[in-house]
Design a protein around this ligand. Structure first.
Ligand SMILES: [Zn+2]
Length: 565
């Protein structure tokens, strides 16, 4: 008698092999039979031709705080994600000095747009060292597995205190390396750092952003000393020839995977091609330098409740910004307020924000169901041109739709050509890995946590403006390929002996709903979430955690300690 048998499924096993019809048996936490299962199960599910695939492994999230208070790890768990890797981009909450908690919260709020009040209320700081943080994560049962990485900024703040943004002395670098090696030895999945000028808090750039190569190499040596661990970074230039030089150095020193965020930047729309070519060449030379790419443009969602939209720094809007939404909408709809607003300009000292708020050819209605590959002729610029109006008038009208809850799609990256071709090239490149969902982060502006679902709804089923992907390839990208990049050897495929992390999917009936702003974080903090229909069941370690979109109450998820699985 098996614990669970799923019968008559279409198995897409995550290896890229052609799908097959069959059954899967599960005993305890593992898959025990695949094919024709003759034995009965204590519980049986008739899949009736639904897709059975491995659970999604999402390697780029920021649930470092949320995972300590939310056992449901939403919205990722709604989207079939069964393993998340946290601590990306150099930011996180351990190690932490007792007097340094506020600083790490402000950093996370500034860089990842997670409300500081929610973090302050939600996090129960029971740790100081990174291994104590791992113990705290370990003590909570969740619906999915989490793995943690040790973030450069927290390590710097721990060692250097108020000097965290300055140059480190050799002694300080040595002290950081000791902490990193201990964290990795205790089971952290990797070390992460930031090299981007886009990530900043009110204190400035993320500590470590301008660290010299020697400091990064010391951390690389720490990974080598611990014997495992991914080196993850976010950078503005990581694909460039210059940065390839030190990425190469780091990869040589760690001997493991070095992964960096790669997107098509609007300012150098062809640069991703040379980055891919560079990575391929380095991989052929035996180095595991893996660009991390996404399956959707990094999508800012402009709305009256979001943390950015074209009028957010206009004086007239600022004066209204604290009013309840309905009242704001009422006032913004009056001729007088409207006229005043449309004669003003953005008042921000940030050149980046000014550009992002006025790229009229890169702002589109998102719609419901959301369209992440909108045609260029539907942009604000094109609409304004057609209607002989100013773009500001068009965008204001759109923001006021749906009683002020409308969201506009403003791709931050990977949409320079007005379609998903650049993404398709990056995703299907054999040298890349899928990531960048940023689950748990950018709560007021971005909701890319649903990217794994878009792989199925958009790339396998619905895409009209270019080639689609075979389901076998799409599933592989988000399961065995992400799992392998991080060294999760025990999951990511439907095979005997693997962990029973599975999704039963009704592909025909799958609906990705429009994102919505909710105020359910601790202290009433806001976040964008996104619902989905079509995940009939999600299984984690052999237990059904989600059924028809609702949690069953089972919490088999645990902390994955690397080097110890
Ligand atoms: Zn990130």
């Amino acid at each position: 008698m098996h614990d669970l048998v799923i019968r008559d499924a279409v198995i897409v096993d995550g290896t890229g092999a052609p799908k097959t019809a069959g059954d899967v048996a599960i005993d305890d936490t593992r898959i025990s039979e695949v094919g024709e299962v003759t034995g009965k199960g204590r519980r049986e599910i008739d899949a009736d031709g639904l897709i059975l695939a491995p659970g999604w492994v999402d390697i780029h999230t920021h649930y470092d705080g949320q995972a300590t208070w939310d056992p449901d790890v939403t919205p990722s768990s709604w989207h079939g994600v069964t393993t998340v890797v946290m601590g990306n981009c150099g930011v996180g909450f351990a190690p932490v000095r007792p007097d340094g908690q506020e600083f790490l919260i402000e950093l996370m709020e500034g860089v990842e747009d997670i409300p500081g009040t929610a973090l302050a209320e939600g996090i129960d700081w029971t740790w100081e060292s990174f291994d104590q943080y791992l113990d705290a994560l370990d003590a909570t049962r969740r619906v999915l597995d989490v793995a943690a990485q040790v973030p450069h900024a927290a390590v710097r703040a721990y060692v250097m205190g108020e000097r965290a943004h300055e140059d480190a002395t050799p002694d300080e670098v040595a002290a950081m390396a000791v902490i990193v090696e201990k964290a990795i030895s205790a089971g952290a999945a990797g070390f992460t750092t930031s090299r981007t000028i886009l990530h900043r808090s009110r204190h400035g750039l993320v500590p470590g952003t301008t660290a010299p190569l020697d400091e990064l190499l010391a951390m690389a040596d720490a990974l080598a000393g611990a014997g495992h661990g991914v080196f993850q970074l976010v950078s503005d230039q990581a694909g460039s020839d210059e940065e390839q030089v030190w990425l190469t150095e780091i990869a040589k020193r760690t001997g493991g995977v070095v992964t960096y965020s790669l997107a098509q930047t609007p300012f150098a729309p062809e640069a991703y091609k040379s980055a891919l070519a560079n990575a391929q060449a380095l991989q052929r030379a035996g180095l595991q330098i893996i660009p991390q790419v996404s399956c959707r443009p990094t999508g800012m969602l402009f709305g009256l409740q979001s943390s950015l939209h074209p009028f957010i720094t206009h004086p007239t809007y600022r004066a209204l910004s604290q009013l309840p939404l309905a009242e704001r909408v009422r006032q913004l709809s009056t001729a007088e307020v409207r006229q005043r607003l449309l004669t003003e300009e953005a008042e921000t000292g940030s050149a980046v924000a000014r550009v992002l708020m006025s790229r009229w050819d890169q702002i589109f209605p998102l719609g419901d169901p959301p369209d992440y590959e909108p045609a260029p002729e539907t942009s604000v610029a094109a609409t304004a041109g057609r209607e002989g109006r100013r773009p500001e008038e068009v965008v204001l009208d759109w923001l006021l739709e749906r009683e002020g809850e409308a969201l506009l799609f403003a791709p931050l990256a990977s949409y320079a050509d007005g379609d998903h071709e650049a993404l398709r090239v990056m995703m299907t490149d054999p040298g890349t890995v899928l990531g960048l969902s940023d689950g748990g982060a950018h709560c007021g502006l971005i909701c890319d946590v649903s990217m794994p679902t878009s792989l199925l709804t958009h790339w396998v089923r619905d895409r009209q403006r270019g080639p689609r992907l075979p389901i076998e390839q799409a599933v592989k990208l988000q399961t065995s390929q992400t799992a392998t990049a991080y060294g999760f050897d025990d999951r990511g495929t439907v095979a005997v002996g693997k962990r029973a992390d599975l999704n039963l999917i009704d592909l025909d009936g799958m609906v990705l709903h429009a994102p919505e702003m909710v105020f359910d974080l601790p202290a009433g903090g806001r976040r964008l979430v996104q619902r989905v229909d079509g995940y009939k069941a999600t299984v984690v370690a052999g237990e059904i955690t989600m059924e028809e979109g609702e949690p069953t109450g089972a919490r088999p998820g645990r902390l994955v300690r690397f080097g110890q699985i």
